[in-house]
Design a protein around this ligand. Structure first.
Ligand code: UT7
Length: 332
């Protein structure tokens, strides 16, 4: 039998309706549209409002749409993987909640937490599952409700994040398409500079952790920035080199959308022309695991079968990496 590749056969995304603008943020904290636009490049972000609305709400919308779009019956789905740092609960998994909501009853479901690198790590995991030959249809969801772990009194973090989820259908193919290569890294040096301190087993929720706002993201922005700038470019170049891809061979670069200046530095270092780079940070901010699928979904109409796409992300852990995808179908 020929070798199986894992290919994306459909993509959807779900965005909440509420638009949080820089103008509204500047009424909450001491900030301005000018600072946020020049230092980060975000104009607005989407926020999932309302009581008892977890990330599974967005995941469910994305998966319902994905089943329709790919003509898949729920009982055909073999696995549901949800890359998220903001599951509805510590357990059960958000993946199993989404599966239940969508009538998916014959799949195994689990969450994986790799912060902003969740989608690219998820692709590599699903690639391995598909290559066993045992599974025909795997849904990978990636996204976060970052507003649930954002401190809206902290001007250094609250402008950065938004809520969104994307979902892809991954299937086997014998064609030379899909996930061709992945290069993933982690370095525990990132423990202090980027974390949500409380709510896990080390610092369970207490009055004190709530008072100190320790259930929200804290970061040493400059340290994270420095690592992100060098690692995203480095790993993109590594994977291009390992696959003998020149700048001309690559149709699209999809960088994690955390800061426009990090994206610019990645463009500069990889020497890819700007028009080949997917950028939508201005509209949605940093949706953590959601940024890369959100870009692929927005650009889907322009994608062509066989396009060489380099994905690259950096996030908590630190975790980072790159995936080389050969797109599986004509978007239009
Ligand atoms: O996706 C996960 C990975 N995360 C990232 O990749 C984020 C990486 N880091 C960053 O994107 C940037 O470091 C930030 C956007 C978080 C911050 O930008 P920066 O250029 O590194 O700013 P800074 O932290 O060095 O702060 C510069 C100044 C400070 O004032 P002083 O000390 O120079 O007087 C801050 O207090 O800007 C001030 N500042 C603000 N001013 C207005 C920080 N936040 C704000 C704000 N509005 N929202």
């Amino acid at each position: 039998m020929k070798q199986l590749n894992a290919v994306i056969t459909g993509i959807t995304a779900s965005l909440p309706d509420y638009v949080l603008t820089n103008e509204e943020l500047s009424r909450l904290v001491d900030t301005s549209n000018e600072w946020i636009m020049t230092r980060v490049g975000i104009k607005e972000r989407r926020i999932l409002k309302g009581e008892e609305q977890g990330i599974s709400v967005l995941g469910t919308e994305a998966v319902e749409e994905l089943l329709k779009k790919t003509g898949t019956r729920p009982e055909e789905v073999d696995a549901v993987v949800f890359a998220t740092s903001t599951p509805d609960h510590i357990f059960p998994s958000a993946a199993s909640i989404v599966a239940e909501n969508c009538g998916i009853k014959h799949a195994f479901c689990f969450d994986m937490e790799v912060a902003c690198s969740g989608f690219i790590y998820g692709l590599e995991i699903c690639n391995g599952l598909i290559k066993t030959g045992k599974y025909k249809k795997i849904i990978l969801i990636a996204g976060d409700k970052m507003s649930s772990i954002t401190d809206y009194n902290d001007r250094t973090t609250c402008p950065l994040f938004g809520d969104a989820a994307g979902a892809v259908m991954i299937e086997p193919t014998e064609e030379e398409l899909g996930i061709i290569d992945a290069k993933l890294h982690s370095d525990g040096i990132g423990y202090q500079p980027l974390q949500m301190k409380a709510g896990g087993s080390k610092y369970p929720a207490s009055h004190e952790t709530v008072e100190k706002a320790e259930h929200t993201v804290k970061q040493d922005g400059r340290v994270v920035f420095k690592h992100a700038v060098s690692k995203m470019a480095e790993v993109s170049l590594d994977i291009m080199q390992r696959n003998n891809l020149t700048v001309d061979d690559v149709q699209w670069l999809v960088p994690h959308q955390a800061n426009m200046r990090i994206i610019d530095a990645t463009i500069q270092r990889t020497e890819l022309p700007r028009e080949k780079v997917m950028i939508n940070i201005e509209k949605y901010g940093n949706t953590s695991a959601g940024t890369i699928p959100l870009c692929l979904w927005e650009w889907e109409p322009k994608l062509k079968k066989g396009d060489n796409i380099i994905l690259t992300a950096f996030g908590a852990g630190f975790s980072w990496g790159s995936v080389y995808l050969k797109w599986g179908y004509d978007g239009a």
